[in-house]
Every structure is written in C-alpha cells, then in structure tokens.
Design a binder for this molecule. Structure first.
Ligand code: PCA
Length: 208
C-alpha cells in the first residue's frame, strides 16, 4: 500500500505547524506493508504554482498513493479531529501569500460537498485505544484545510486520481508551546503521534 501524508507550513503568525511535524515524523517511521511519503503544503489558496493544491497534485501524480491523509492544525481542537466532509467554499483569513477569499468556490462547477473516504470510525477508535482523545467532525472550516480536502476528494471522485481509494483529513490541536503564546487548548506532540500512528496502522486491515 502506498500512503501519502501531507502537513501544512506555519501560518497565522506562528513559526511551527504541528501538522507538518506530525506527517513528516510518521513518514520517517518504519511501516510494514506500506510505503509512506510526506509532502509539505503551502498555506496558499488557488491552483497556481506555489499553492497548496498545486503541491498536492504534484505529489499525488508522483507518489500515486492508494491512500492520502492530509493533516492541518486547529487552534480550537481539543482532540485529534477526523474530518468527514469538505465543502465547495473558500472563505477565510489571509493566506500566507496575503490573499483573502470570501464566498468563492473551491471548484467552480463541483458538487457542494464531498464525504471523506477514509474509515474514520475505525481510525478514531484506534486513536482512542491509545488513550488519545479523538472525535469525528462535520466541518473542516472554509480555509486551506477544507480547500485541500475538497480538492483531494474531488480529484479522487472525478477520475483524475482513480488510484486513490481512500482519502481524508485530520486536524490536530496546537502544541503546548503555541498555546503558551496564543492561549487555547493543546496536546503534547508525542500524544498526537501515538494516536495518529495507531489510526494509520488501522488502515492495514483491508479497506472495505
Ligand atoms: N490549518 C488551517 C490551514 C493550515 C492549517 O494547518 C485550516 O484549518 O484551514
């Protein structure tokens, strides 16, 4: 099984993003029966070179993953958060290129929403089995995380990437060092790693 993991660069004035740290960390571990690739995504909207979607498309074409799991940071998250839905809407703060979207679709002509195709119940149960709090979510927001998830699911559903059999998105809480500066909930990095590692391991049981 080929697995692609992505994480985002820092954004919103922070100098770290736990999602990239996590995805890169996991990609460097030994995975029996899986080859795991990592790609860092820019927090840049749109499809031009230098955008998150361009980087995602480039790495999917190169890796040809069976499964793609994207990660992002949520400063509000208290749990490892398994997203279930992406919506065809971009409406958020300024991205890292200084571009701000309001009321624009991710994909003109695409459906209003897509459900993720990862077995999120099994994955969140595996995370909780490690004692790491997990939750299912029906909103990935309307910023870059939702945009990337929508593009990923649209690409798999439309036949652009027919080899992608399962795809989804996990939001992780901020790190304690970020919470010390910005306030809000956080989760120690080693907890996040332990929980998400178990979730990814649960994918080795054949996908339905
Ligand atoms: N979180 C943002 C974008 C990048 C990231 O890590 C989001 O939730 O959309």
């Amino acid at each position: 099984m080929r697995l692609l993991l992505t994480g985002f660069e820092p954004f919103g004035g922070s100098d770290v993003n736990p999602s990239a740290r996590l995805a890169e960390h996991l990609a460097h571990e030994q995975w029996p029966g899986m080859s795991v690739a990592f790609r860092l995504l820019p927090v840049v909207t749109g499809t031009e070179s230098g955008s998150a979607r361009a980087a995602l498309a480039e790495s999917i074409a190169k890796v040809r993953p069976d499964v793609t799991v994207c990660f992002g940071e949520s400063a509000r998250a208290t749990h490892v958060t398994f997203e279930r839905v992406a919506v065809n809407l971009r409406d958020g703060p300024e991205d890292n290129a200084g571009v701000r979207c309001a009321d624009v679709p991710v994909d003109e002509g695409g459906p209003a929403a897509h459900f993720v195709t990862l077995p999120v119940r099994r994955m969140s149960a595996a995370c909780e089995g490690e004692g790491v709090p997990a939750v299912l979510s029906t909103s990935a927001g309307t910023f870059l995380c939702n945009e990337v998830l929508y593009a990923l699911l649209e690409g798999a559903a439309s036949g652009r990437w027919p080899f992608v059999r399962a795809a989804g998105f996990i939001h992780v809480p901020q790190l304690p060092e970020q919470a010390r500066v910005r306030g809000g909930p956080s989760m120690p990095f080693d907890h996040v790693v332990r929980g998400v590692r178990a979730s990814v391991f649960s994918l080795l049981v054949p996908l339905g």
